[in-house]
Design a protein around this ligand. Structure first.
Ligand code: GTP
Ligand code: MG
Length: 238
């Protein structure tokens, strides 16, 4: 399955950084050491119920397709440590509920300090594609910065005889929203690497955006001050 690259070039430096990366934060030495060791990127997965959000996140973090899923209630967290350019980063995936009744009390939490957003639709359900506009509006309504990377995922491509959403339509939509488009399948084991690349491409972009110059650490009266780098790096291999 092809990975379509919609136009996008939004390297940004202003950002709600990873939990430990606000531009000027006092930390104890031990928590600083911890934050230097492992950064955590929070990625939320959003879309209609039944599009396969749980299966995609399961595929990425567990490497397999679940035999059986139930509608997600609230949120399920899944984590995976990945290595990018020698740095170990924890990708924390928030598998959200698509059903309104199972998500309404959680919505604020989904979007708080989010680093990247994955919008999912089902390629065999045109309604799930049409509803993307509503999901995007919800996201924008929660003050998610324009610099937070977003990608679009059309899932269930293994159901080749049932596809309702043409690739060119999805690509046009992705382009108009400055997103990359991935058409894939959580179920098809041959697509496993492609599913990984959804999250890895985001992690690479986040790493490039949120570089910290550790040499800028200053010590003042036993406290430690972190200074965030303002330049973006663009030497990520992804
Ligand atoms: N054929 C096929 N079925 C899939 C794929 N991904 C998920 N499914 C099936 O679609 C159904 C819904 O999958 P979930 O991952 O639970 O959907 P969800 O988006 O998490 O749904 P909510 O938790 O209610 O928001 C399940 O029966 C899955 O087995 C896929 O890539 N191909
Ligand atoms: Mg689910």
């Amino acid at each position: 399955m092809d990975l379509h690259r919609a136009s996008r070039s939004r390297a940004s430096s202003s950002n709600d950084a990873a939990p430990s990366l606000t531009s000027s934060v006092d930390l104890s030495t031990s928590s600083l050491e911890l934050s230097i060791q492992t950064r955590i990127f929070k990625i939320i997965v959003i879309g209609d119920s039944n599009v396969g959000k749980t299966c995609l996140t399961f595929r990425f973090t567990g490497g397999s397709f679940p035999d059986k899923t139930e509608a997600t209630i609230g949120v399920d967290f899944r984590e995976k440590a990945v290595e990018i350019e020698g740095e170990t980063i924890k990708v924390q995936v928030w598998d959200t509920a698509g059903q309104e009744r199972f998500r309404k009390s959680m919505v604020e939490h989904y979007y708080r300090n989010v680093h990247a957003v994955v919008f999912v639709y089902d390629v065999t359900k045109m309604a799930s594609f049409r509803n993307l506009q509503t999901w995007i509006e919800e996201c924008n309504g929660h003050r998610v910065s324009a610099s937070v990377p977003r990608v679009l995922v059309g899932n269930k491509c293994d159901l080749v005889d049932q596809i309702q959403v043409p690739s060119n339509m999805a690509l046009k939509f992705a382009d108009s929203h400055n997103m990359l488009l991935f058409e894939t399948s959580a179920k098809d084991p041959k697509e496993s690497q492609h599913v990984d690349s959804i999250f890895m491409s985001l992690a690479c972009r986040l790493k490039a955006q949120k570089s910290l110059l550790y040499r800028d650490v200053e010590r003042e009266d036993g406290r430690v001050r972190l200074t965030q780098e303002t330049e973006t790096k663009s030497n990520c291999p992804c």
